[in-house]
Design a protein around this ligand. Sequence first.
Ligand code: GRF
Length: 191
Amino acid sequence: MTKRIAVFASGEGSNFEAIAAACQSGRIRAQVVLVVCDRPTAHVVERAARHGIETFAFDPKSYASKADYEREIVARLDAAQVDLVCLAGYMRLLSRVMLDSYEGRIINIHPSLLPAFKGANAIEQAFEYGVKIYGVTIHYVDASMDGGRIISQQAVPYEGNDIAELEAMIHALEHELYINTINKLIAESRI
Ligand code: GRF
């Protein structure tokens, strides 16, 4: 059976795009069946529409609590029969509502070699620190920030001075690592 993926994102959506394109070209034997976005004006919503992928874009402020909107998300994931949830720039921690239903089937990508440089602006943080070896991590998601068990990592040396160049390198690496990691989980029957 072709595995069914949901991508959660809050902003640009370049990782969503890479995953969706890899599914469409057959490089990943899976299908992106749902995009979840907590910012209805985010670019990822437009990208999802271009791919013809069903999207749940919501404003968290219109719900009484995180538990409330996560219950709605879980209902949509269940309805779409999702096997794997890929967080890709989704800027919110998950509560027990999501974790109780999908823990072990939710993964996240982070642009640093965790456990270094957790949180937002990780590339900038590492650059400011004077890091010489950067990298990308994909990990299982738990209730902590960027804290779940690591699935895959890739390092990249960079000693230049141009943060835009560095960011472009890291984002390109992210796209490859996400595709390869999803393929690995499928090949090893881990989803
Ligand atoms: C990526 O750097 C990802 O690692 C981080 O947020 C960024 C999302 O980028 N969690 P995009 O929206 O996929 O372009």
